[in-house]
Design a protein around this ligand. Structure first.
Ligand SMILES: CC(C)(COP(=O)(O)OP(=O)(O)OC[C@H]1O[C@@H](n2cnc3c(N)ncnc32)[C@H](O)[C@@H]1OP(=O)(O)O)[C@@H](O)C(=O)NCCC(=O)NCCS
Length: 146
């Protein structure tokens, strides 16, 4: 369900990049994940979300004109070869306004000199292509919760 938030269009959102999630409160990040259907509040306790943000090398995020969080992207890098975008979210009413691509650019600038990996579903392939990403053939993602 959409959160009660200032409607899009009142003023342009701004995009930032922070190391280790500074600038994003764990609760507001958790709220976005839950809103987008990526788990329930139980999955994102304040302590866990705080560790997650602090553990990320880069967190790009967007705030609307009144400072509400409307987008977030978390990334890890080895600082030399590879960077991996863990996830990227723009809240529905702020999508298609250039926020996703702006967050991508922030991460790319911070990770310059590395190969950036962005894993996503077919519905976002147009976005990935627009951002300049090409599909890497022959790889399938495996996951195991430990
Ligand atoms: C994927 C996502 C982050 C894109 O964010 P966004 O802010 O809407 O993207 P932008 O406005 O920066 O899009 C830039 C360009 O990408 C392309 N694009 C974006 N979304 C697209 C879509 N659904 N279908 C086709 N092209 C798309 C367009 O060319 C767009 O430019 P345009 O609007 O001028 O045509 C956003 O749709 C989202 O949060 N989705 C839900 C969560 C998710 O699936 N995250 C990705 C996997 S982790």
């Amino acid at each position: 369900m959409a959160a009660r938030r200032t409607p899009s269009g009142t003023s342009a959102a701004r995009v930032f990049l922070a190391r280790h999630g500074r600038g994003v409160a764990p609760a507001e990040a958790a709220a976005l994940y839950v809103e987008l259907g990526w788990g329930t509040p139980r999955d994102y306790s304040a302590a866990r979300m705080k560790r997650s943000l602090a553990g990320c090398d880069f967190v790009a995020y967007a705030r609307n004109g009144v400072g509400e969080l409307v987008g977030i992207a978390r990334a890890l890098t080895d600082g030399a070869l590879d960077t991996k975008i863990l996830d990227m979210i723009v809240v529905p009413e702020y999508q298609r306004q250039g926020i996703g691509i702006a967050m991508m650019r922030k991460i790319e600038a911070a990770a310059k000199g590395t190969a950036v990996y962005f894993e996503t579903e077919p519905k976002n392939f147009g976005f990935a292509a627009k951002c300049g990403y090409r599909r890497r053939k022959g790889l399938t993602v495996f996951v195991k919760k430990v």
